[in-house]
Ligand binder design. Structure first.
Ligand code: HEM
Length: 325
């Protein structure tokens, strides 16, 4: 996403991941402890628990990425200005921000860093953890895994060619499986919105005043039995078109909705389809875990307390086809 090779910076990368985890925990704690809302109190609290440097550590990787990107960008401009602005390798997110800066946006280094941190955090672990949940669910539900594999086999065949963009569209059942995974386990289980005007609740006489912070929870919506019968079971058919048509458009909100919805939702669905189909083409997953064994915890993201215990076995593609016949 940033066009940056972390292999040369393993230490700084590990430090970033570690700091990100602590900052996430602190942010969640702040949601539940309103006395920590004022910045000054929060700063004192961080100092008291010995975490005054946590943001410094969090910022060192993005600062480094931005510094190197700026240098490369400036160098390219000196050697060939037209190339610098049109080269397809400039398609990564950070280069686009630098281009906008060039065109007059004037982002400060701090603003650039905030965007980079947002992308690095919002764009990586969300999809990674969802894929872990998906594979665990498929390991538990072998019949559904077989159906997913059959579709993959039909679309991609036996060869080793990489999946194309067009082929991802044909993986309709896998798409339902991924959506059902996000319904059952929405990786962002709560998000907050501040009301810009008074809002009257349509089903009652309550008025929520302007300025109120509302907690919206896909976790609650996605487990409402009026919307999804047997809401704690794993049923990709919930996303058959006739079932989708029956529900309100905001009954499925893993990526939020409206003007501040997830910027990466289309990319995330594509990325997860490519990864899961490529993986299941070559391997199958198995587990002793039952659906009822999965216990959930929330930091800023939703996770499984006991991880995602699956056994991975290689798959013989032809063998599977013969089995089918
Ligand atoms: C399964 C994968 C993902 C899920 C479930 C997800 C979910 C969400 C949700 C619920 C929000 C709104 C959060 C809030 O308002 O507090 C959000 C925001 C955001 N997401 Fe994602 N996301 C995913 C993947 C990605 C990816 C891959 C990217 C980037 C390539 C991304 C970039 C963003 C950004 C930049 C925002 C902030 C948008 C804004 O505030 O205007 N997300 N995401």
């Amino acid at each position: 996403m940033m066009g940056y090779n972390l292999n040369t910076q393993l230490n700084i990368g590990t430090e970033f991941v570690h700091s990100m985890k602590i900052v996430s925990e602190l942010n969640v704690m702040r949601i539940y402890k309103p006395w920590l809302y004022p910045d000054i109190i929060f700063r004192i609290y961080r100092k008291c628990i010995g975490l005054q440097n946590v943001y410094k550590h969090l910022h060192s990787l993005p600062d480094q990425v931005i510094k190197e990107k700026k240098e490369t960008y400036a160098q390219k401009k000196i050697t060939n200005r037209t190339d610098a602005l049109n080269d397809s390798s400039n398609g990564v997110f950070l280069d686009k921000l630098l281009e906008l800066n060039e065109a007059g946006a004037n982002f400060s280094d701090e603003e650039l860093r905030d965007e980079v941190v947002t992308m690095m955090s919002a764009g990586t672990e969300t999809s990674a953890v969802t894929i872990c949940f998906c594979l665990l669910l498929l390991a538990i539900h072998q019949d559904i895994q077989d159906k997913v594999y059959e579709e993959i086999y039909e679309v991609l065949g036996e060869n080793d060619e990489l999946i194309t963009f067009e082929e991802t569209y044909k993986l309709k059942y896998l798409e339902k499986v991924l959506k059902e995974t996000l319904r059952l386990y929405p990786i962002a289980p709560v998000f907050l919105r501040e009301l810009q005007s008074d809002i009257k609740i349509s089903s009652s006489n309550y008025v929520l005043p302007k300025g109120t912070t509302c907690i919206i929870s896909p976790m609650v919506t996605h487990h409402n039995p009026e919307l999804y019968p047997n809401p704690w079971s794993f049923n990709p058919d919930n996303f058959n078109s006739e079932n989708v048509m029956k529900r309100h458009k905001y009954s499925f909100i893993p990526f939020s909705s409206g003007p501040r919805n997830c910027l990466g939702s289309t990319y995330a669905m594509l990325f997860m389809k490519v990864l899961v189909s490529t993986f299941l083409r070559n391997y199958s997953v198995h587990t002793d875990t039952k659906l009822s064994d999965i216990k959930l915890e929330i930091d800023i993201l939703l996770r499984s307390v006991h991880g995602y215990p699956v056994t991975i076995r290689s798959r013989d593609r032809r063998y599977n086809r013969n089995q089918k016949a």
